[in-house]
Every structure is written in C-alpha cells, then in structure tokens.
Design a protein around this ligand. Structure first.
Ligand SMILES: [Zn+2]
Ligand SMILES: [Zn+2]
Length: 173
C-alpha cells in the first residue's frame, strides 16, 4: 500500500477479512431486496473494493481475466450496473472509474437506489472521499424544482487537493 492510499479512509484497501465481511453484508442486503449478488458480481465488487484508487472498467476486466478466462466487457459492465443500482459502488464520471460506497451496504434502505453523494477528488494523489451531505443534495433538488426541471441523476464531483497532500506540501515547503 502506498503512503497516499492511507488517508482515503474508506477507499483504502481493507484487509482480506474485512473485504469478505463487507461482501457478505452486501450479499445479505441484495437478498433482502430480492436481488442476487452472484459469484461474478461479488468478484467484481471485491476487485473494486480491493483497489486503492478508483478503478476503470478495463482495468477491472484485466484483473477479472486473471480469475475468469473469457470475461468480456459486457460481462463487466452488466455487473457494474447492478452494483451501482444496488448502491454498493459509485461511478466517478470525472475519472470514468468506480469506487466502493463508503456507507455500510444497505445503510437503512430496503429498496435499492443510488443515494445522493458527493465526491472530493484529489488532483495530486488521485484519492477520492465520498461525502453524503443531504444539504447539498437538497439544494440541487430545490434549485431544479424552482425551474420545473425533473432530475434523473445528480453528480457532484469536486476537484482539489486533499488534506494529506496539503500537509505534505506545508511540511516540505
Ligand atoms: Zn455511497
Ligand atoms: Zn491527495
């Protein structure tokens, strides 16, 4: 693990045991919703959670091919769509890459739906932090409603320098 991966709290690679426990909870959450975390979906979710940085579909495919020969892009995209729909991972549009959700699987929702979230993306180390601020989501929804605009999807991605990199900056001049 690189030094940089540390501060990206929830997106840093967890120990294998932690990941298995997370995968088990994810499977239980899906089951409670009448959906199934199949072996393939679980494998893709593990690869996303295993990655210290947001990971792209083709990098995922490469890693998946190590475990499943013959894995093709549609296989990966379908699994990713499912995981996004279940709120287990998010796509960071700016990076065209995927990260595991920082929230506990399910986090109180019995119905699968991607929850409002915002991402802070560090331009120096590439780490991302997920924040779920209802005030931000509410402000966007309110502004849209005032214009009579029907929202289908909201993406809030903030680029900047993370606290860790800023600290390093101050220390080293
Ligand atoms: Zn999330
Ligand atoms: Zn950083």
């Amino acid at each position: 693990m690189t030094e940089h991966a540390h501060h990206a709290h929830h997106h840093a690679p967890a120990g294998q045991g932690d990941i298995e426990a997370t995968l088990d909870r994810a499977a239980a959450t899906c089951l409670a919703r009448g959906a199934q975390l199949t072996a393939l979906r679980r494998q893709v979710l593990r690869l996303v959670l295993d990655s210290a940085q947001p990971i792209g579909a083709y990098a995922l495919l490469d890693r998946l091919k190590g475990e499943r020969r013959g894995a093709a892009p549609p296989t990966v995209y379908r699994a990713l769509d499912f995981l996004i729909e279940q709120g287990l991972i998010h796509k960071i549009e700016r990076l065209n890459a995927f990260v595991g959700c920082a929230e506990e699987p399910g986090h109180g929702h019995t119905h699968a739906h991607p929850h409002p979230h915002q991402f802070l993306i560090c331009g120096r180390c590439g780490s991302t932090a997920e924040v779920c601020d209802d005030a931000v989501a509410g402000a966007v929804a309110g502004a849209a409603a005032r214009l009579g605009f029907q929202v289908h999807r909201t993406t809030v991605e903030v680029e900047g320098i993370c606290a860790h990199c800023r600290d390093a900056q101050t220390t080293h001049g």
